[in-house]
Design a protein around this ligand. Structure first.
Ligand SMILES: Cc1ncc(COP(=O)(O)O)c(C=O)c1O
Length: 372
């Protein structure tokens, strides 16, 4: 495939193995070791407001579980959108809570405040809300925060794909105290292999750190918890990655701007509204019609791999034994069938853009001609 959906780009070993000298000197390879602590400090400064602190974790999924455990949701209900990746609901299950699935907004593709209100009307005992930033899109979420505030429940933001440019002037964290969780998976923009970052108000850090470390308390008794720590090797890759993030995100923004121009000239497509300072792990597009196997195949035949992401959503995707509560989700059901993501590259060039544009136009032309 000339243009695969993903071209993960992690720092080469020469750039991160030297950091490990510290860990080897101290014989300290995990359990909040020197590199993990250093990286968490640097990432806190680069990405978070002063009142927040970053904690590195084994994955965004493990981070979400730890945060839910720290918020004590066992046996309670947690609201989240239908249009998300499996991990969001699986974290709720892992923390021993029951999900209440809500609909999304048709224009912004994220948790709809009205649907969330309906969920609270039906389930006044919802104890926590997870907002998902779809595709890492960095929008104002004050409407969702207002609903959480009105009902007195904490807000977790699953921003798995949301970590991009450091020192951008748009730090994460606010006076509302939401806890934000990012993935550092190999397929994300800030990629270290497997990993995550939890951004939380300083007052919450102790409880989350304990949940990440088997739930141990100072007296060695333990409650809800797991092992969600990250080792020194992953932290070394992260230190090298942080150095590159400015350059990488600039290039990816140019790739996304290129798609903006291409799709602005085509009928029948909706692209992301108000993307804000989004790192563009991929470029989501909502088609007027269902994205079928034929659509995906036609793009693949022309050398571009596009992917249906967050498809199927939670209600159609989860087939396990756990109870799942929900309010109606017609928008998510319609949108998840029509949404596909295009690849975004950290080594994008104008020449690549011309080739991709030509292939997109050729594919759409072919699809239009073969449509019954
Ligand atoms: C919305 C969302 N949440 C959570 C995750 C899980 O992240 P991780 O692979 O780091 O556990 C993903 C992964 O893509 C995701 O898209």
């Amino acid at each position: 495939m000339l243009f695969p959906f993903l071209r993960p780009a992690l720092p080469e070993p020469e750039s991160w193995t030297p950091y490990l000298t510290t860990s080897y000197d101290q014989r300290y390879f995990s359990n909040f070791g020197p590199l993990a602590t250093d990286l968490a400090d640097r990432m806190s400064k680069a990405y978070l407001t002063e009142d927040y602190r970053g904690l590195l974790c084994a994955s965004a999924t493990a981070g979400l579980v730890a945060v839910l455990q720290a918020l004590d949701v066992y046996g309670k209900k947690v609201a989240l959108p239908d249009f998300t990746f499996a991990a969001t609901v699986q974290a709720v299950f892992a923390a021993g809570a029951t999900p209440v699935i809500c609909d999304i907004d048709p224009d912004r593709w994220e948790l709809c405040p009205n649907s969330l209100e309906s969920a609270f009307a039906e389930h006044p005992d919802i104890a926590c809300v997870i907002h998902v930033r779809p595709f890492g899109l960095r929008r104002d979420i004050s409407a969702q925060k207002a609903v959480c505030r009105a009902h007195g429940v904490p807000l977790i933001v699953d921003a798995a794909a949301g970590l991009g440019a450091p020192n951008s002037g748009h730090p994460f964290g606010s006076e509302d105290g939401e806890i934000e969780v990012f993935s550092l998976h190999a397929t994300k923009v800030f990629a270290i292999g497997e990993g995550g970052l939890i951004a939380a108000p300083r007052a919450m850090i102790g409880a989350i750190k304990a949940a990440m470390n088997f739930g141990f308390q100072a007296d060695r008794t333990y409650g809800e918890g797991q092992n969600a720590k990250v080792d020194e090797f992953r932290a070394a890759i992260g230190l090298a990655m942080l150095e590159r993030m400015t350059a990488i995100t600039e290039t990816r923004s140019r790739h996304a701007a290129f798609y903006d121009t291409v799709f602005a000239g085509l009928d029948g497509f909706q692209t992301a509204q108000d993307p804000g300072p989004t790192p563009w792990s991929n470029y989501p597009v909502v088609f007027d019609e269902e994205v079928t196997k034929e659509t995906l195949g036609a793009f693949a035949d022309n050398g571009i791999e596009i992917k249906k992401y967050y498809w199927p959503g939670v209600l159609k995707g989860y087939t396990g034994p756990r109870p799942v509560l929900s309010v109606p989700t017609p928008v998510s059901f319609s949108l998840q069938d029509r949404c596909a993501c295009f690849p975004v590259y950290s080594d994008f060039t104008a020449e690549t853009g011309l080739m991709i544009q030509e292939r997109i136009e050729r594919t759409l032309d072919l699809l239009a001609r073969t449509r019954p």
